[in-house]
Design a protein around this ligand. Structure first.
Ligand SMILES: [Zn+2]
Length: 249
């Protein structure tokens, strides 16, 4: 597995560090050290909650705030006399860690699974679920809708309808790439529900297309993942997709 190769990372992650040594480091470096030791990936859309210890999110927020303050300074904004930007670094740090990127730092919401006692085997559709994310490339907002189609079998675990939205929110509250977000959501649901078929469609508006770049006003992107029966059975897939159209239209 390739390690990070940037010089700063290499410097910050020697072979072994004692607990005392670790304690003297900023929280971000401690967390990164644990991730590297465990050979775990920590891309923008990865969840790293298992490597964050109690109280460290508060420390992270303070670190992010200090760095954002430097960004504002580099942008030559006088945050001392400009009352509008006075607290901006603090607000944005809080927004990143506690809200829009929260899905990186907290464990998955608790989900109770029920055995499929009724042996339901009909197509089930959940959606549209409103999702909010941010693109990994520009950290611009992404707003969209997700539809989930499930074809359970007698061995499937069913989860409450609201839980689909909770899991989707957890995955989307990270800097994401739409294609990867949909795949991550599919993997999570596949593992939990174990259906015969799983279909996910995401339609989202990418603000990096409005705000910058081509400044296009039409920037909806549609992605789908089809697994199991949805892949093999064209009729099932058609049924799922036609029900979505009816709901959007
Ligand atoms: Zn973007």
């Amino acid at each position: 597995m390739p390690r990070m190769t940037s010089p700063s990372t290499a410097k910050a992650t020697p072979i072994f560090r004692s607990e005392d040594e670790l304690a003297s480091l900023p929280a971000s470096q401690r967390i990164r050290y644990r991730l590297v030791q465990a050979d775990r990936r920590y891309h923008a859309n990865d969840n790293i909650a298992a490597f964050v210890r109690e109280g460290e999110l508060v420390e992270l927020k303070a670190e992010v705030q200090a760095k954002l303050q430097e960004v504002l300074e580099a942008l030559v904004i006088d945050t001392d006399s400009d009352h509008n930007t006075n607290e901006t670094a603090k607000r944005v740090a809080k927004m990143y860690i506690d809200e829009v990127f929260r899905g990186r730092y907290v464990p998955m919401p608790a989900v109770t699974e029920f055995p499929n006692a009724e042996r339901l085997n009909e197509l089930m559709i959940v959606g549209p679920i409103t999702v909010r994310s941010a693109c990994s490339h520009h950290m611009c907002p992404i707003f969209g809708k997700v539809w989930i189609g499930i074809l359970p079998n007698e061995h499937s675990n069913l989860i409450g309808l609201s839980k689909y939205a909770r899991i989707a929110e957890w995955i989307m509250s990270r800097p994401q790439i739409q294609e990867e977000a949909v795949t991550m959501l599919a993997n999570e649901l596949q593992q939990r529900v174990r259906p015969d078929g799983l279909g996910i469609v995401m339609e989202a508006d990418h603000f990096c297309m409005h705000w910058r770049g081509v400044k296009d006003t039409q920037s909806a992107m549609v992605n789908s993942v089809m697994r199991g029966a949805f892949l093999k059975d064209a009729n099932l897939r058609r049924e799922f997709l036609s029900l979505l159209t009816r709901r959007t239209g």
